[in-house]
Design a protein around this ligand. Structure first.
Ligand SMILES: [Zn+2]
Length: 135
């Protein structure tokens, strides 16, 4: 099997860079509005929380939802960074586990993929196995 051609690499690089920039923008925007939201809150009557437990609870739910989203996005951001790094190092499209070439269809579907399907499933299987033992 052949590695990706220069053109294909360039295409993936452009694709991932775009995605990376868009996500960064999105995160920055969300951070900004989150800060503004908080400033507005602290600016108003703080004590009102005590009188509205339901409101405080829904705020808490919003906050945890935001944090969960942020965690997922940060993870994705890392994956995108990693993919760009692998392009730079000339190892993009090669499975980090078995060193086999990751099929083009898989990269098309998941440009940040760093493992072939077999290795990904193997890792997943092992994680599930470990989770079972941990219980
Ligand atoms: Zn593999």
């Amino acid at each position: 099997m052949e590695t990706l051609s220069k053109e294909e690499l360039e295409r993936f690089k452009a694709l991932i860079t775009e995605e990376y920039k868009a996500l960064l923008e999105e995160l920055r925007y969300r951070e900004q509005s989150f800060i503004m939201e908080n400033q507005r809150e602290t600016g108003s009557e703080l004590s009102s929380y005590a009188n509205h437990p339901a409101e405080a609870a829904s705020d808490y739910a919003n906050l945890t939802m935001n944090l969960n989203l942020a965690e997922r996005d940060t993870k994705y951001l890392k994956q995108l960074e990693d993919a760009l790094d692998r392009i730079e190092r000339g190892v993009y499209g090669i499975c980090v586990v078995c060193k086999n070439i990751i099929p083009m269809v898989r990269l098309e579907a998941v440009p940040t993929a760093n493992k072939c399907i077999e290795c990904k499933n193997e890792v997943k299987r092992r994680e599930q196995e470990e989770a079972k033992h941990a219980v």
